[in-house]
Design a binder for this molecule. Structure first.
Ligand SMILES: C[S@@+](CC[C@H](N)C(=O)[O-])C[C@H]1O[C@@H](n2cnc3c(N)ncnc32)[C@H](O)[C@@H]1O
Length: 215
């Protein structure tokens, strides 16, 4: 049996408690049960540190933003940055993708961003992909009729599969690029996420799609 060093165990527990406290004490961070469902303009799902949303919120003070992730310790990094920038238009909610309908009312959302969602490459994990038809149908209910879904990804196989699901579910693909940062698409789309910054330096390209609800 593997030996556990009791000192390491204590440090890990303390660290977890510390990270949990940072999230719990941030006025911008909410557990799902604390969040009052309300309309917002933009959601970033699987946001991680949500620094992408923080930058969008900085550029668009007249719009409201919510960043969602299951990991509170990642979200609180974005919340700290938002506080430093004194932003009043962004919040951070710890929730799962399938709980999105508890965050915003139906037909109220203008933009939904999926930034580098986990690709779950095994076929038997397909249902967990955030672009699975099950999720696309949920997003469809929450978006306004003129709303849009945005996806950025590094994995071509996952990206192509996602575009195929969008088309099968009758979304209109209105913008698509296999090299976002070399394209003439909007500067907002090119704001880099934490994950994107990490590997883009290695010469990899970002795939991007914007899809709207069919008429
Ligand atoms: C590859 S990371 C990308 C993080 C961030 N978007 C970025 O680009 O830096 C995927 C993120 O999705 C989150 N995630 C995975 N499954 C989720 C789910 N079902 N609901 C909400 N978040 C989820 C993970 O916790 C992780 O932070």
């Amino acid at each position: 049996m593997q030996q556990v060093n009791p000192d390491e165990f204590v440090i890990t527990r303390k660290r977890k408690k510390y990270k949990f406290a940072l999230f719990a004490n941030s006025p911008l961070c909410f557990e799902l049960g604390e969040w009052k469902k309300r309309p917002v303009d933009t959601i970033e799902l699987g946001a991680g540190t949500a620094l992408f949303s923080v930058e969008l919120a900085t550029r668009h003070p007249g719009k409201t933003f919510v960043a969602i992730d299951v990991k509170g310790d990642r979200l609180q990094k974005g919340a700290r940055e938002a506080q430093e920038r004194q932003l009043q238009n962004i919040w951070f909610v710890r929730a799962r993708a399938d709980q999105l309908d508890q965050v915003v009312p139906d037909r109220s959302l203008s933009s939904l961003w999926l930034t580098f969602p986990d690709p779950f490459p095994r076929e038997r994990s397909e249902r967990r992909r955030m672009t699975h038809p099950y999720f696309l149908q949920q997003y469809q209910k929450l978006l306004r009729s003129d709303g849009a879904l945005y996806l950025k990804h590094d994995n071509r196989t996952f990206f192509d599969w996602s575009v195929e699901q969008l088309r099968n579910e009758k979304w209109n693909v209105v913008e698509l690029s296999h090299d976002l940062h070399e394209s003439d698409l909007s500067e907002d789309c090119k704001i880099m996420t934490t994950y994107e910054q990490r590997w883009l330096g290695e010469g990899l390209a970002t795939h991007f799609v914007r899809a709207e609800l069919a008429g």
